[in-house]
Design a protein around this ligand. Structure first.
Ligand SMILES: *[C@@H]1O[C@H](CO)[C@@H](O)[C@H](O)[C@H]1NC(C)=O
Ligand SMILES: *[C@@H]1O[C@H](CO)[C@@H](O)[C@H](O)[C@H]1NC(C)=O
Ligand SMILES: *[C@@H]1O[C@H](CO)[C@@H](O)[C@H](O)[C@H]1NC(C)=O
Ligand SMILES: *[C@@H]1O[C@H](CO)[C@@H](O)[C@H](O)[C@H]1NC(C)=O
Ligand SMILES: *[C@@H]1O[C@H](CO)[C@@H](O)[C@H](O)[C@H]1NC(C)=O
Ligand SMILES: *[C@@H]1O[C@H](CO)[C@@H](O)[C@H](O)[C@H]1NC(C)=O
Ligand SMILES: *[C@@H]1O[C@H](CO)[C@@H](O)[C@H](O)[C@H]1NC(C)=O
Length: 581
């Protein structure tokens, strides 16, 4: 049900091919190798919104990433479930870095075959991931075209002006089939990564009149409000080795001074000098004079300000042209996998539509999150802010959001209001077209589908989603009117706020587990859908309706799991009791 990506004008593509034939740059060697080259990945049409800008200059350097086939691609998923399913006798026995590496490493044959092929062409590769399942090869466009019988060209994303060098097809030697999963960036186009916290951003200029209410949420969502509605303790964490990493991107700098002033105002009980560390990847920067873009301030203020005294690391991934072509997600996960002691919790408030990357590429990233989970990391993603989403073009199909719908991460949807909270209309949610419903959620999903069948909303969703897919989000938390300090008060809406809120709760529970000498929660989902379910308050009204090409519809929050608010919103005290503390 992925909406077919449509070419803006088919003739553009045709003229591109004839203007820069494959063999032009090096006809001799190309014909020599094309005999045993087999097309590995190809696309017929450009993704929506892209147009051809012209041939790529032959000398332009490309950093191609080669994903080697893992000896046993299912092994990591099996290992993940063994340590994350509360009914397994290995529950909580997380794997070490070297144990995970052994599970995901490509075979020696694959490594040798690929290296020999590159050497024959005067090229060499550098490993990018700790297990060596990703290699990087630096070469120029003319060499890449020859090596891969490709046609690297410049493409422009019309809305943003972003330029990318891609090819619509590439080939590898027949003998390397079974050794190479994919080469990137080639046929998957970059999607503008969305930060999920700027929706409905407003700066509050006028002081808010005191509302007569005993609720701590009377003046918007603040740490005190969240502590009240989710029973989050103010007690400081004790374990310095229990860490929470927060993903940062693209100049969404978090400012020390704003955090300090935020804590003074909203956490007067805390030491306002409580700080965070910064890790820079891919040319990311920590410019404290950069303007506030809210996302970074939100993510830091609502982790430092909620996960009291848990060490917070802000992982800033830059946007150099050398970027991983996967919006920084690949480099970030490979960095965390390279750590001997990874943070126990990772919160990310960025994502992109699932359909924008191929399944092969998507799956490499999703299985890298499975590696983190097997090592005991709770990988938490904001669900997305697009409601049910629109597939684009003339389609009326919904559009699921990635990485939040990867089966090996925990997806956090959004709610609004209080007593009771209802679904926030922007909360992304629905069903993956790439992944079927994993067994941990199959009864939750079938329960929902049975209810949907009886409801009036069914008509508005009919034929617009893949009912066999992995349903997301898994749980939800408030997404409304978060008060963020950036020199003045901003009001931020979005699942960007929900993810750090839930991640802070997980980090605080992990601190208690560490104090009790127990393993961290790790990959949460098998536990959430079984033992942990009663630690959540079911959200039973609201919807994430969208209008796609004139057709309105979406999913509704109902009793039990639903693809808008998941299992509901967390209650710290109940969750703590459910982990046995
Ligand atoms: C591309 O790189 C190859 C070496 O891999 C070199 O021989 C060739 O001159 C380069 N071509 C251009 C146009 O820079
Ligand atoms: C809301 O703001 C008003 C005015 O600043 C203040 O008097 C009141 O105590 C605040 N209420 C809460 C719950 O923070
Ligand atoms: C607050 O934290 C800072 C930095 O860690 C420390 O130097 C200071 O002593 C602390 N203040 C109090 C009152 O604990
Ligand atoms: C937080 O850490 C940074 C970097 O070390 C430092 O410049 C800043 O002054 C610290 N903030 C506070 C409030 O101590
Ligand atoms: C959408 O439909 C219209 C009318 O059928 C057609 O002319 C147009 O090419 C379609 N657009 C896309 C992107 O497929
Ligand atoms: C629906 O999802 C399944 C996985 O659950 C997938 O195999 C299938 O291709 C999807 N169908 C469409 C039309 O995307
Ligand atoms: C969906 O929610 C919106 C906003 O909360 C509401 O106006 C609308 O009536 C709801 N739609 C349905 C079909 O319930």
């Amino acid at each position: 049900m992925v909406a077919p990506t449509r070419l803006l004008a088919l003739s553009v593509f045709t003229s591109l091919v004839s203007a820069t034939p494959l063999s032009k740059s090096s006809p001799k060697s190309n014909s020599k190798f094309s005999r045993d080259l087999l097309v590995h990945e190809a696309r017929d049409v450009l993704p929506l919104g892209f147009s051809l800008a012209g041939p790529a200059a032959p000398h332009t350097t490309l950093n191609l990433r080669v994903a080697l086939t893992q000896s046993n691609p299912d092994a990591i998923v099996d290992a993940l479930y063994q340590v994350s399913d509360p009914s397994s006798d290995k529950y909580g026995q997380h794997l070490s870095k070297s144990e995970v590496q052994q599970l995901v490493a490509p075979s020696e044959d694959s490594v040798n075959a690929v290296n020999a092929w590159l050497q024959k062409h005067g090229l060499s590769a550098t490993p990018l991931s700790p297990s060596g399942d990703w290699l990087e090869v630096e070469l120029n466009v003319s060499k890449a075209n020859e090596l891969l019988a490709a046609d690297f060209s410049k493409f422009t994303h019309l809305d943003t002006g972003t330029e990318a060098i891609r090819t619509l097809s590439y080939s590898i030697p027949a003998g390397l089939k079974g050794h190479i999963d994919l080469i990137h960036p080639t046929t998957s186009f970059p999607e503008n990564v969305q930060s999920l916290g700027t929706l409905q951003k407003r700066t509050i200029h006028t002081p808010i009149l005191s509302r007569k209410s005993s609720s701590k949420c009377a003046n918007g969502t603040t740490p005190a409000c969240l502590q009240q509605v989710y029973n989050i303790p103010t007690t400081p964490a004790k374990h310095a080795s229990n860490k929470l990493a927060v993903t940062g991107r693209f100049g969404n700098n978090a400012h020390y001074k704003w955090l300090q002033e935020f804590l003074q105002q909203y956490r007067p009980d805390m030491n306002s000098s409580t700080n965070f560390t910064v890790t820079l990847l891919d040319g990311g920067n920590n410019d404290q004079d950069a303007p506030s873009v809210s996302e970074g301030e939100l993510d830091i203020q609502y982790t430092v300000g909620l996960a009291t005294n848990v060490p917070i690391d802000y992982v800033m991934v830059g946007v150099k042209w050398k970027d991983d072509g996967l919006n920084g997600f690949l480099d970030e996960v490979n960095y965390i996998l390279s750590l001997d002691q990874p943070p126990q919790t990772l919160s990310t408030s960025y994502g992109y539509p699932e359909s924008s990357m191929s399944f092969a590429l998507t799956d490499k990233l999703c299985k890298a999150y499975a590696q983190l989970g097997a090592r005991g990391v709770s990988v938490i993603f904001a669900a997305g802010d697009s409601g049910a989403g629109c597939a684009g073009g003339n389609s009326t199909a919904f559009s699921p959001f990635f990485p939040s719908n990867c089966p090996y991460v925990t997806s956090v949807g959004g709610t609004t209001g209080s007593s009771p909270e209802i679904a926030w209309e922007g909360s992304s949610g629905g069903f993956s077209n790439y992944y079927s419903a994993p067994s941990y959620q199959s009864s939750a999903v079938s329960g929902y589908l049975a209810k949907l069948g009886l409801s009036p909303a069914a008509a508005s969703t009919k034929g617009r989603f893949n009912a066999t897919g992995r349903g997301f989000p898994d749980i939800s938390a408030k997404a409304d009117d978060f008060r963020v300090w950036e020199g003045s008060i901003a009001s931020i809406w979005g699942t960007s706020a929900s993810a750090p809120t839930f991640a802070s709760i997980v980090a605080l529970i992990n601190d208690r587990l560490a104090q009790a000498g127990k393993a961290p929660m790790g990959f949460l989902n098998p536990w959430l859908y079984s033992k942990g379910k009663s630690g959540f308050t079911d959200i039973t009204s609201g919807n994430n309706s969208v209008e796609c090409n004139g057709k309105t519809g979406g999913f509704e929050a109902v009793e039990g799991w639903d693809p808008v608010t998941g299992l509901g919103t967390p209650d710290f005290n109940k969750l703590l009791a459910l982990v046995g503390l």
